[in-house]
Design a protein around this ligand. Structure first.
Ligand code: AMP
Length: 283
């Protein structure tokens, strides 16, 4: 496995692979890798000739009061993990190389970015879209891999690729969870012991929603209220949102008919966790 540290080297490699008609898979990450990231990488390795994993804590997707500086980083550990699942290249550029003086572009998407995390993190998806376009232009991938863990991000990237006719297939990968059901996340390291034990209510509350949905309940208000009530059994949980949205547009639905996503964001002290479950057809 090779480490690529500069935009220039990555652009040259991407062009070379494209010229040779190589099937390239990209796995964009912010590093501090866990089994969730590695599930994406394994899927990429199984379906491409060459896999590039990017490891880049993208400053322009963080708000001014968010955890950019504290975000956990471990490039050496990440390299060993990436290599163990067969990744060919890790691309880990410096922020100043990705955003040199004079950089001025952000990407404005309507509808899909307006709910959920888009509402509570202004500018977040503009920054995500910009970095993903940059990564795709540098790597020129055939396939790109994103986790359902960040369900709105996956919907945003699908919309972006379709709207801008990007020649890349967007592949979604199911959520990887801890044994007790907590979705794996680099941010789980922020949780103290009390928060960690109470955070199991997130996945439990999604299961509450699934049981109601499977039993025929279609009143979004009742489903959301039951989810919220379950989360609130944890004294340290502060609900930011619980929403039932269309799986493609991320717009709130009152009565689910096509596939929907029950999505939540909850704070445990200073740590903000997100999780979701898909309900309905294609389930
Ligand atoms: P991040 O490093 O948090 O930006 O995540 C990089 C990619 O890994 C994103 O596409 C995430 O959705 C995906 N990912 C993160 N955690 C998980 C998980 N627990 N299960 C599946 N995919 C995940």
């Amino acid at each position: 496995m090779e480490l690529i540290k500069t935009v220039e080297e990555m652009a040259a490699l991407g062009a070379k692979l494209r010229a040779a008609n190589t099937k390239v898979g990209i796995v964009p990450t912010m590093g501090y890798l866990h089994e969730g990231h590695l599930a994406l990488a394994k899927e990429a390795v199984a379906n491409n000739d060459v896999v590039v994993m990017s490891i880049f804590v993208n400053p322009i997707q963080f708000g001014p009061t968010e955890d950019l500086d504290q975000y956990p980083r471990d490039l050496a550990g990440d390299m060993a993990k990436a290599e163990s699942v067969g990744v060919d290249y890790v691309f880990a550029p410096q922020p100043a190389d990705m955003y040199p003086a004079g950089y001025a572009t952000s990407v404005d998407m309507k509808i899909v970015t307006e709910s959920l995390c888009g509402a509570s993190r202004p500018g977040h998806f503009q920054g995500v879209c910009a970095v993903i376009i940059k990564l795709f232009n540098l790597v020129q991938p055939t396939n790109a891999y994103f986790g359902q863990k960040d369900g709105q991000q996956l919907a945003v990237i699908r919309r972006l690729a379709a709207d801008l006719n990007m020649p890349v297939k967007i592949n979604g990968v199911p959520i990887v969870r801890e044994a007790d059901g907590l979705a794996k996340s680099s941010r789980n390291v922020y949780l103290d012991a009390d928060c960690r034990s109470q955070a199991v209510v997130l996945n439990q509350s999604l299961q509450v929603a699934k049981r109601m949905y499977d039993a025929g309940e279609r009143d979004a208000g009742l489903i959301k209220a039951a989810v919220r009530a379950h989360i609130e059994t944890a004294p340290l949980a502060e609900v930011e949102y619980v929403e039932l949205v269309d799986a493609l547009t991320m717009q709130p639905v009152l009565r689910p008919e096509s596939q929907v996503m029950l999505a939540l964001a909850v704070r445990f002290k200073t740590t903000r966790l997100i999780d979701n479950i898909l309900l309905g057809e294609d389930d």
